[in-house]
Design a protein around this ligand. Structure first.
Ligand SMILES: *[C@@H]1O[C@H](CO)[C@@H](O)[C@H](O)[C@H]1NC(C)=O
Ligand SMILES: *[C@@H]1O[C@H](CO)[C@@H](O)[C@H](O)[C@H]1NC(C)=O
Ligand SMILES: [Ca+2]
Length: 277
C-alpha cells in the first residue's frame, strides 16, 4: 500500500522551470555548490525528525546540523528547498532562492521559524558536512556505471548514498539496471533505491525499488536525476549495478506542424524508444 502511494505521489512543481546557467539546469540544491549544506528527511518521509533525531542523522554522516549562517551561505549560491528542517541549536527554517506561491510565503531568504521551545516537534534536517561523503557523487559524464558501495560484494548496513546526475541542457538520462538485489520487504522500507527526476530527493519521485527483480529502464524528463540508496541496520544483500547514458535531444521531424515543445513535460518513461546508445 505504501509502495503504491509512493508510486502515485509524483510531485511536479515549478522547480523545473528554473533558469539555466552555463548550460546547466539549476533547479535546486547541490552539494558541490551548497557549501557543504544539504537537506535530509527521515527514512519514513517528510517531517518525521525530532531535534535529537535530526542531530543524529547529520552526525551519522559525519557532519552536524547546519547553523543559520551556513544555511544562508548555501542559499546565496542557489540552495533552495521547500521543506522546513532543524538547524543547530534547535532553530527551524528553510532556504528559499526563488519566490513562489506555494513555498516561503512569496519571500526569499531563510524562512525562519525561530528557535523551537518544543524539540519534540518533527521537521526535516539541514546538515553541514564539508567533507566528502563515503558514497554517492555528482556525475556529469555522458555515461557511467553506478554501483552500490562495495559491489560486487554486499553493501553494508546503515548506508546512505546520493548520486546526482547532471548532464548538458537538452539531454535526458537513460538508466538501465544491470544487477539488482536489495533486502526485500513489501513496502521497501528497509533497504531501497529511489530514483528522482530531479536534482534533489524532494521532487519528481519516480520509484522506489527493493528485492531482486530487475527494474525496467527509466528515462528522465530533463537533464538531471538523483538516485538515493538507503540500507537499514540489519540484513544486507548483493547490491546493484546500473548504467546511465545521455540521450541527446531528438530533432523533431515534421509532425505536420512545428511544435515548440520538446519531449519535456511528457511523463512517459520511454524505455527502448531511443535505443541503448
Ligand atoms: C511538542 O510537540 C509534540 C509534537 O508536535 C507534541 O506531541 C507535544 O504535545 C508538544 N509538547 C508540548 C509541551 O507542547
Ligand atoms: C516549421 O518551421 C520552419 C522554420 O522555422 C518553416 O520553414 C516551416 O515551414 C515550418 N513548418 C510548418 C509545418 O509549420
Ligand atoms: Ca537491510
Amino acid at each position: 500500500m505504501i509502495a503504491l502511494i509512493y508510486f502515485f505521489v509524483l510531485l511536479w512543481d515549478e522547480t523545473r522551470e528554473w533558469g539555466f546557467k552555463d548550460g546547466i539546469f539549476h533547479n535546486s540544491i547541490w552539494l558541490e555548490q551548497a557549501a557543504g549544506v544539504y537537506h535530509r528527511e527521515a527514512r519514513t518521509g517528510k517531517y518525521k525528525l525530532t531535534y535529537a533525531e535530526a542531530k543524529a542523522v547529520c552526525e551519522f554522516e559525519g557532519g552536524h546540523l547546519a547553523t543559520y549562517q551556513q544555511l544562508e551561505a548555501a542559499r546565496k549560491i542557489g540552495f533552495h528547498v521547500c521543506a522546513a528542517g532543524w538547524m543547530a541549536k534547535g532553530r527551524v527554517g528553510y532556504p528559499i532562492v526563488k519566490a513562489g506561491p506555494n513555498c516561503g510565503f512569496g519571500k526569499t531568504g531563510i524562512i525562519d521559524y525561530g528557535f523551537r521551545l518544543n524539540r519534540s516537534e518533527r521537521w526535516d534536517a539541514y546538515c553541514f558536512n564539508p567533507h566528502a561523503k563515503e558514497c554517492g557523487g555528482i556525475f556529469t559524464d555522458p555515461k557511467r556505471i553506478i554501483k552500490s558501495p562495495g559491489f560486487p560484494n554486499e553493501y553494508e548496513d546503515d548506508q546512505i548514498c546520493y548520486w546526482h546526475i547532471r548532464l548538458k541542457y537538452g539531454q535526458r538520462i537513460l538508466l538501465s539496471f544491470l544487477d539488482f538485489d536489495l533486502e526485500d520487504d513489501t513496502s521497501c522500507l528497509a533497504d531501497y533505491l529511489e530514483i528522482y527526476d530531479s536534482y534533489d530527493d524532494v521532487h519528481g519521485f519516480m520509484g522506489r525499488f527493493c528485492g531482486d527483480a530487475l527494474p525496467e529502464d527509466i528515462v528522465s524528463t530533463g537533464n538531471v536525476m538523483t538516485l538515493k540508496f538507503l540500507s537499514d541496520a540489519s540484513v544486507t544483500a548483493g547490491g546493484f549495478q546500473l548504467k546511465y547514458v545521455a540521450v541527446d535531444p531528438v530533432s523533431k521531424p515534421s509532425d505536420g506542424k512545428n511544435s515548440s515543445t520538446t519531449s519535456q513535460g511528457s511523463k512517459n518513461f520511454l524505455p527502448g524508444k531511443f535505443g541503448h546508445l
